[in-house]
Design a protein around this ligand. Sequence first.
Ligand code: NOJ
Length: 443
Amino acid sequence: MGAATSSIQIEGASAEDGKGENIWDVYAKEEGRIHGGQNAVTACDHYHRFRDDVAMMKEMGLKAYRFSVDWSRGLPEGRGRVNEKGVRFYQELIDELLANGIEPYLTLYHWEMPYELYKCGGWMNPRSVQWFGDYAKLVAERFSDRVKYFFTINEPQCFTGLGYLTAEHAPGLKAPVRDTFEMAHNILKAHGRATQMLREYGKQKLTIGLAPTAGMTYPASGSAEDIEAARESLFSLPDLPVWTWNVAWWSDPVIFGKYPEEGLVKYEKYLPKITDEDMKLISEPIDIYGQNIYNGKCIRMGKDGKPEEVKRFDGFPRTAANWPVTPEALEYGVKFLYERYRKPIYITENGISCADVVSIDNKVHDSNRTDFLARYLRALKKAAGEADVRGYFQWSLMDNFEWNKGYSERFGLVYVDYQTQERIWKDSAFWYRDVIKNNGNNL
Ligand code: NOJ
């Protein structure tokens, strides 16, 4: 059991020690893009405080920590010249984690395309496969003597959908649908190429996977029909144009070496040329399968024999981000994913945004978060009886830069006072420490 973060969301030091710009650095400078005109220039100042932050993780009893490397910190132009100071930062972070008995899990791409590569087309450029592969080689050469676990790409659903369809995230474009399929294909190939490079240049036997996401599903009842309806619905593909939030288009090719038939028909006129060679690269074998799970839809079998969504009642429990609270998503989501893909599963993210405040006693009483995590972890325990669940990362270790929402959403176990950078453990952090100590037996 551990916690997760990502580079730009916590590091700060966005222009220090030779780091290049990434699309989020640039995007945040544009007026009207980010809540309150905020940016990640300082964020949680983790770049300078990482030793204290690791000490905090140790005190919390975290067994594992999932973080990401900012591509443009190691390679300021995204390729070619290496920025040794940037590399050193991650090496020191990794050493610190290991010295404190915390297993590092490294994500290569958590949405920060180096701006210089974006100018060359970013994921639209077929050469992005090569760029990402070369970056993975650097990661393997410099970090894999100490890091064993790698996730190539985080939530491709979100950075393509929000970045290129709805324009809510960097780079903030409404691209033609055709382009997004082209990008998706390149991203999947880049994942395959990175997997190959990590293996080839890894300094020990590495464990490699990816970390996609999607809304999960769960059945309205325990009946076989409803369960089947929920299962079918989870792997079905959405209509155009906002098509990226789904499981099968991103995971079937990686694990089965082919795109789902339903999509090949449904999306036919938008698809790029797909070759056997591409599919071979995309399906380079992975060792583990990650999934970021936050919520899901309740599904039942309709009278017409087709799955239908059960409408949520007014007042349905919701997080501060207005996301529904549906612990069943962690039980059924994990079961369904395991049934289909048969890979050891990691919950690479799960958590809740709450309206946290520091109370008069200087503590943060986030009972909603504790309640949420307890429910979700209980649900995961149920799934673990049937699926090979290898790990769980709470999102997030501490409050951080929530993309276009800036600092207005607080997802952390630890409260961050952005004026002083003081870290205050929320009640849920103490609770999580106990859960870890008891190995979940007190849930
Ligand atoms: C998904 C993303 O991977 C992470 O960066 C984000 O902060 C959380 N979920 C919460 O929205």
